[in-house]
Design a protein around this ligand. Structure first.
Ligand SMILES: O=c1ccn([C@@H]2O[C@H](COP(=O)(O)OP(=O)(O)O[C@H]3O[C@H](CS(=O)(=O)O)[C@@H](O)[C@H](O)[C@H]3O)[C@@H](O)[C@H]2O)c(=O)[nH]1
Length: 483
């Protein structure tokens, strides 16, 4: 049994400085505070915004107590880089959005691989849950307790900088104090339904994502020009064209002339569009300023456990199953566990690239270990297998039957505007060439995901399962959530 010495200290230190930006109500660009005049409060309850001087807060945990189980998972070796060609130091990776689903798993993985890690996060993902009345299937610890627990188990420190990257003053502090060699940027509003709730959420998503990324690009240019940006993009940037999807670029011959051009983008939500805008801004700054960047066009992620999050319950990752943040396969597993019919939207022929969260962390590590060149804008399609929604429903039904679950499927009127039957064939070879060893969706993985959902099924709020956000009905009026 492993004990974690942080578990008694639930509250963060009173000296913690935080700056939380509330969605859509106000935001700041650089030192200029901008208020969206037309944005009214989103919800009936009022939440005050504290806007204070910003100092990164570094957690120092208590002494390590390492059990045998944990020791087995710890990684030997360290990632060294040459410093001015003379001495060497550990590679320093800033994980923006390191408190979220993919970010937390990645921060732990990189720390375990002996990178020096700093998490930058404004904790707004937790605020979305409070505002919308949602919760993770799994109970999750505060970020402060998470990093204390990690330190306690492994002896490794993860720095914590709580603040908003849309605030350039905060980001500057974080960059200057940490001096990253690489920045992994997960710090965006990542739900397509969230971005389609109402006008203010659409604006929040695009402002937060596009301005945040622009600030990161400016910070790299100003303070850390050798730094490699590893940016989480999405396969959704490409849409569902009736031709094969390439990795970022396509060579076209037109009127007798040939060129290699960015692959056409046809995103289908304000969220997915924000990623398209990001890609364009990054590509431009690679050319104009010589930034080195990798855009990881990730597919739909499933799963929850990684080697590191499994080490202790306080390291447990979040697992979303609701109609706003839950993604298809994770949702279907929870639905099967609680006896809710699987919610296939429309005809169910919607096909996407999928990957296990253990491959997300592997892919990010591979991108960091093999950086882009100065001025290069690299694009990798980050998924391992393609499935239609109907395929997923069939797989979960079969796996559920083996566990004695009676799994039904219903066709829900599609709340989105998307093709429900289409051609889909996307390339995904570049990460494999770099050494990715995929965890493909197997019967045993589905069994374990279903068992995981069954273990926590008492925490499921079935009211959150059906989709509630309609692409066509989005309006200008801020939507509130009934109690
Ligand atoms: O209960 C459900 C949930 C989803 N779908 C369908 O499943 C497909 C995927 O939806 P999703 O909610 O699993 O994923 P999506 O909204 O596309 O977004 C997720 O996956 C994206 C990768 S991709 O889909 O664009 O490749 C990431 O960028 C996002 O951050 C992540 O939230 C869609 O056609 C959707 O209509 C259903 O049929 N039933």
């Amino acid at each position: 049994m492993i004990t974690c010495s942080s578990s008694e200290s639930v509250n963060p230190s009173p000296t913690t400085k935080t700056y939380l930006k509330l969605p859509s109500r106000c935001s700041s660009i650089g030192r200029t505070s901008v208020t969206f005049q037309s944005c009214r409060p989103l919800y009936r309850s009022s939440i005050s915004v504290r806007k204070k001087s910003i100092k990164p807060y570094q957690i120092n945990a208590t002494a390590a107590s390492i059990g045998q189980d944990v020791e087995n998972r710890l990684q030997p070796g360290s990632h060294q880089i040459l410093d001015n060609g003379n001495s060497s130091k550990q590679k320093r990776v800033m994980v923006i959005g390191g408190d979220g689903y993919c970010g937390w798993a990645t921060a732990l993985h990189l720390s375990n691989k002996n990178y020096e890690v700093a998490i930058v996060d404004n904790l707004v993902r937790r605020l979305f849950d409070h505002q919308l009345g949602l919760d993770s299937l799994t109970p999750i610890s505060s970020i402060h307790n998470r990093v204390r627990c990690w330190k306690s188990l492994t002896g490794k420190t993860i720095q914590l900088h709580i603040g908003d990257i849309c605030d350039f003053e905060f980001l500057t502090e974080a960059f200057k104090s940490f001096e990253p060699d690489a920045v992994v940027h997960f710090g965006e509003q990542r739900s397509a339904p969230y971005s389609m709730i109402d006008r203010s959420r659409a604006i929040f998503t695009q402002h937060n994502n596009v301005i945040g990324t622009l600030n990161v690009l400016f910070a790299i240019k100003e303070f850390s020009e050798e730094c490699h940006l590893v940016k989480l993009g999405t396969m959704g940037e490409y849409g569902t064209p009736n031709i094969d999807i390439e990795e970022g670029y396509i060579t076209i011959t037109h009127n007798g002339r040939t060129d290699t051009l960015p692959y056409p983008k046809q995103a289908s939500s304000f969220y997915h569009l924000s990623k398209v805008h990001d890609s364009n801004n990054i590509a431009f700054t690679c050319k104009a300023w010589g930034i080195r960047a990798t855009d990881l066009n990730q597919g739909v992620v499933y799963g929850v456990k990684t080697d590191e999050t499994e080490m202790h319950e306080e390291l447990c990752n979040r697992f979303d199953y609701d109609g706003v943040f839950g993604t298809a396969l994770n949702r279907f597993c929870v639905q099967a566990a609680v006896g809710h019919p699987l919610t296939v939207y429309g005809k169910g022929g919607q096909t996407r690239g999928y990957l296990d969260i253990r491959d997300t962390v592997q892919c990010v590590e591979l991108a960091i270990a093999n950086p882009a060149k100065r001025g290069e804008f690299r694009v990798f399609n980050q998924f391992t297998e393609q499935f239609s929604v109907n395929d997923l429903a069939r797989l979960v039904t079969k796996a559920g039957k083996k566990l004695g679950l009676d799994v039904e499927t219903i066709s829900v009127p599609n709340p989105r505007v998307e093709a429900e039957e289409h051609y889909y064939n996307a390339k995904h070879t570049k990460l494999i060439e770099l050494g990715l060893k995929p965890h493909l969706l197997s019967d045993s993985l589905l069994d374990s995901l279903l068992n995981f959902a069954i273990e926590y099924k008492d925490r499921v709020d079935v009211k959150q399962i059906m989709p509630s956000v309609s692409w066509k009905k989005i309006g200008v009026k801020p939507l509130t959530v009934p109690a």
